[in-house]
Design a protein around this ligand. Structure first.
Ligand code: SF4
Ligand code: SF4
Length: 201
């Protein structure tokens, strides 16, 4: 079936509008008004914002440090995980939850005493959409997302992250931001600097 296209005639300027540049003056008025408004953008990379603690940045692995949830206490009996090592139990729940499961490369092995050990945990962040589903699925609060957002690399291999780096990143993240309240907003000082004081009703 042919699609009917309805043409709308372009409005013509009146003589008064042509002579007095009315539309031009209206446009300049908006430009001048915005020129004096507070800038809400930042001059990245010279000026960098600290994202909120719930920001979905590069992934990290929390380590076995005595602060694990009760679920880990149950599972660790079957695992070979030393203090300071990733607390990943190799359950593959993160991979199952991920819309792009191919980006994970998780490998486990069985030790001589019959315990399970995660020997590889790679993530190809080129394929990641930073949805956070994987972190929600992790039963032992191991896989988290951090405030690190500068992930550019000159090589594709540079975008693949490995378990060793992920554990260091989680320790760094928790040290820097672990005491902050869990919120989706940036800190109050930055918020005020950018948008002024917000009056909550
Ligand atoms: S953030 Fe989303 S796309 Fe990225 S690894 Fe996790 S689940 Fe997959
Ligand atoms: S869901 Fe958590 S514990 Fe399970 S494999 Fe992924 S990171 Fe490891």
């Amino acid at each position: 079936m042919a699609v009917k296209v309805k043409y709308v005639e372009r409005p013509q300027l009146t003589n008064r509008e042509r002579i007095l540049f009315i539309d031009f003056i209206k446009g300049m008025g908006i430009t001048i008004k915005n020129f004096f408004r507070k800038t809400i953008t930042t001059a990245y990379p010279f000026e960098k914002l600290t994202p909120p603690i719930r920001f979905r940045g590069t992934h990290a692995h929390r380590v076995k440090d005595g602060k694990e949830p009760p679920s880990f206490k149950v599972l660790e009996r079957f695992m070979d995980i030393q203090e300071g090592e990733s607390r990943c139990v190799g359950c593959y729940m993160c991979q199952q939850a991920c819309p792009v499961p191919e980006l994970f490369n998780i490998q486990t092995t069985q030790t001589e005493d019959g315990k399970k050990k995660v020997i590889r945990f790679d993530m190809n962040l080129l394929n990641c959409m930073y949805c956070g589903l994987c972190t929600e699925a992790c039963p032992v609060d191991c896989l988290i997302m951090t405030d690190i957002y500068e992930t550019a690399s000159y090589h594709r291999a540079g975008t693949v992250i490995h378990m060793e780096d992920m554990t260091k990143r989680a320790v760094d993240f928790d040290t820097r931001r672990g005491n902050e309240p869990d919120r989706i907003w940036i800190d109050d000082e930055q918020r005020s600097k950018l948008w002024g004081q917000i009056k909550w009703s």
